[in-house]
Design a protein around this ligand. Sequence first.
Ligand code: BG6
Length: 471
Amino acid sequence: MNDLCGPERQDIIVVGATGDLSRRKLLPALYNLYLEDALPAVGAIAGYARSDLDDEQFRALAAAAVREFSRRPLDEQAWEGFASRLTYIRAKDGFASLKHRCCEGTRLIYLAIPPSAFAATVKEIGEAGLADGSRLLVEKPFGHDLESSRRLDDVIHGVFDESQVFRIDHYLGKETVQNILVFRFGNSVFERVWNRDSIDHIQLTVAESLGIEGRGNFYEETGALRDILQSHVLQVLSLIAMEPPVAFNGQAIRDEKAQLLTSIRPVQPEDVVRGQYTAGAVDGRRVPGYREEEGVAPDSSTETFAALRLFIDNWRWAGVPFYLRTGKRMPRRTTEVAVVFREAPVMFFKETPVERLKPNMLNILIQPNEQIRFQFIAKVPGAEVEVEPVDMHFSYEESFKTQPAEAYERLLHDAMCGEPMLFLRADSVHNAWQVIEAVLDHEPPALPYEAGTWGPDAATTLIAPRLWHPR
Ligand code: BG6
């Protein structure tokens, strides 16, 4: 990344600057952008929060965050330059005080605060007269359901124009997610088979081995369906399944993504499995059950796992099932897409055990092992005709020998430059809520599954006779 943003002054204001997201992701991302000379040439980075800090204390907090979470280590010399841009504003002094300090040029205002505070904060920003010349970055979850996301949009649109609003889904900032479009539309061979004629079904898994990491209060109100499925999973799905855009730009791509989401048949409760982890072992370590975590009700019914079967009602995908799942405390961390092709029409190898006749499968591994694999059948050398599944693979690390930037670096950079492609438009967010609306109204019970497993048995039944990858 380089400085695409021009020479004008641009101030970056992180609202909620002492919180978890700011420390883990935003401050390290801004530091790495600084190292790459990819921040606006002039401008302050202002932390805004309730804690009673001064500039020096905020710089110390930022240094600690960078030491702990940055992908590049803190370099003392570079740090001085970065730290000189950091300043702190106490929420009790209000946004009006910000107006005096960050008044020339444009502003990027990042809401890194609990979703319940979004609406009130946006109003305060408007009242302080800061909306003009600002871009607003809003973290997920955007609303709690369709209606609340519309209400939030009404508040935001009362202060900002839609073109000033950058809704974040950090999965869209991941290199491997961006590569989905390049893979599909930059290569002529895939588009021809990317449809119901060739594909049996598609799976998408976002599995985490982590639990809720001390975020009990947040998670109790959110759950896996809202936290990951409605956002990250449906965004990746829309890139996998959308029609080719007419151009490779923000408007055209976002039009097709929004369109795809409207073609998804609303999911019914019988197409959903919800689960909740009980105590078990992950990575050889005993871990408590969800209900024993801090901030979680002992009789909580919040899901930490969700699996969904859905259909896309358009010509390309009619009748092709899509299976989506996400869960905490799974055996390992992996985000991957499995595109499973139809079986060859004639089975020549009738005597071969069925597990050797696996269908062709394209595996897009988004993280942590960034790869694309294609599984096909090959003849085992020898006089007999024996077959085995084998793999062709591409690995980002082997091919490009570089460490991809963190998603938040890319997203902050694009927002500074006013490039909307990787951000969610209001219609996309609403369409995504619409997909799971019926499920949110009539949630099936959350079935127990042991930590360190791939979820409740009902998830296996949901996909049967097909099988989950991985399992
Ligand atoms: C966040 C969720 O949006 O994504 C977290 O709120 C989750 O619960 C995280 O752990 C996963 O992100 P990543 O980039 O580690 O896959």
